[in-house]
Design a binder for this molecule. Structure first.
Ligand code: TRP
Length: 465
């Protein structure tokens, strides 16, 4: 592998020993995995659903304390051990809890990939329909609902997206896709800025800007915190082993503290931009109607087409936008896929092709369940949730807190906070060391346990959050 390719690899292929050749390469790679549907699709709908400004405030506070500490820890542990999560945990001993800690990190991407591809399929459908010039039909009321309840149609879109990711993985053209997406991403940012400005300046939209940016404390609930925490994990690709893996490719002189801060800023900026595109539009087009605000996963697919429709040239703008989102989603799906494949090859000793087929197979099965959950299996509720929502809740609100808890335990009981700090200080000033110590020892464990218990209690119907 030559130097040029090293720099563009987002998740290097299993078995290759790679280091990033520069800070920029690393930041782009981590940002590439961080920025995806989580920012553009998931953040706006959660912010709309859980109280707007108050959600944003809780999210920011969590990110600066908790997200920061966890991100630094995972990266430092990865760099220190030079291993992905299972190996990293096991390099400190072979007790059962260490093995479990490594595996729970490694399994999460395998559970996210299927439903990520279902949403990816929705993006495929929208990109395709806009390219065919169907902007009017897409903007019509009820379009999205009709589409997802047609199981066959959405299954095809899901399969197209998943199989595209699969081919990229087995054909080894991943770096090509990633190079393209590096050009596309800045364009996506520019188009998003234009759309956000347009959306914010619609009559009536200002109420939406206020809703998103100004905290209203009466909207606060425990669920605001649970949802913000889940989003933090999801959006920064935390608590699922990704940063261990990236950290293991990182050179000793690369500034962990600075890189972390930059990725956090970038990721949040994109999420905010998407929020400004979508939430004010809900107010402009439906007067901030509560049922639209609480639409959940479908929000982006319902409001944006209406914005585009009123902008004029809807087919052009819609095509450009959804094709770009498709790329952002595809690069994230590819790295979810790659991470899953490398866990299977490294830990189960399988060859690359069978491992890829195995992940493809499980993803097809689990993803199909999510697709059917909106269509033929519409009546199915798992703990009161639709199938896709259930997978999302299971990974983000239950498994990720557990996996983050294991990272904290590893640090508190085995390595010691000082060892992590030393690793960070090799290349950074570590200005927020005191904050780091406090968060890892007190705030994070206490908080994670509260989150976990309240998620469990809500699933069992004991509390309404
Ligand atoms: N962070 C990505 C997003 O915002 C989603 C994601 C979660 C992801 N975990 C990942 C992407 C692992 C790549 C690898 O859309």
């Amino acid at each position: 592998m030559d130097d040029k390719r090293k720099e563009t690899a987002i998740v290097p292929e299993a078995g290759q020993k790679v280091t990033f050749s520069g800070n920029l390469g690393y930041i782009l790679a981590v940002a590439g995995s961080a920025v995806g549907l989580g920012n553009i699709w998931r953040f706006p709908y959660l912010a709309a659903k859980y109280g707007g400004g108050i959600f944003l405030l809780v999210y920011l506070i969590l990110m600066l304390t908790f997200g920061y500490a966890l991100m630094v820890s995972e990266t430092a542990l990865g760099r220190m051990t030079g291993k992905s999560p299972v190996g990293a945990f096991q390099s400190f001993g072979n007790q059962k809890w260490l093995t479990f800690g490594g595996w729970i990190n490694a399994i999460i991407p395998m559970l996210i990939l299927p439903y990520y591809c279902v949403i990816g399929g929705w993006v495929v459908k929208y990109a395709f329909e806009y390219l065919r010039g169907h902007a009017d039909a897409i903007a019509a009321d009820g379009y999205f609902g009709a589409f997802i309840s047609d199981s066959l149609g959405s299954e095809i879109c899901f399969a197209v997206f998943l199989i595209a990711a699969f081919f990229v993985i087995v054909a080894g053209v991943k770096n090509g896709i990633e190079a393209v997406s590096k050009v596309i991403m800045p364009l996506l940012v520019i188009l998003s800025v234009i759309t956000a400005v347009y959306s914010v300046t619609r009559p009536g939209a200002l109420a939406g800007v206020k809703y998103l940016l100004v905290p209203n404390f009466s909207q606060f609930s425990l669920m605001t915190v649970v949802a913000a925490m889940g989003q933090l994990f999801y959006s920064l690709s935390l608590a699922m082993g990704i940063l261990y893996t990236y950290g293991s490719y990182l050179k000793k002189d690369s500034d962990i503290e600075k890189n972390t801060t930059q990725v956090e800023i970038f990721d949040t900026a994109i999420a905010l931009l998407a929020g400004l595109m979508i939430i004010p539009a809900v107010f402009a087009f439906s007067g901030g109607d509560m049922s639209t605000l609480k639409a959940g996963p479908s929000l982006m697919f319902i409001t944006l087409p209406k914005v585009f429709d009123s902008m004029g040239f809807a087919n052009v703008i819609g095509s450009v936008f959804f094709v770009m989102v498709l790329f952002a989603a595809l690069t994230s799906a590819i790295s979810l896929f790659e991470t899953s494949v490398s866990t299977v090859t490294q830990e189960l000793g399988m060859k690359r092709l069978p491992a890829s087929l195995l992940i493809l197979g499980t993803s097809l099965l689990l993803g199909t369940a999510s697709v059917l959950g909106y269509g033929a299996w519409d009546f199915v509720r798992i703990f009161g949730m639709q199938v896709l929502d259930f997978f999302d809740f299971l990974t983000n609100s239950m498994m990720m807190p557990i996996s983050a808890l294991f990272t904290c335990l590893l640090i508190l009981r085995v390595t010691g906070r000082e060892t992590i700090a030393e690793e960070v200080r090799l290349s950074s000033q570590f200005k927020r060391e005191k904050l780091y110590y406090f968060v890892i020892k007190y705030l994070a464990p206490a908080f994670l346990i509260v989150i976990l218990l309240s998620s469990i209690a809500s699933v069992l119907g004991w509390i309404q959050i």
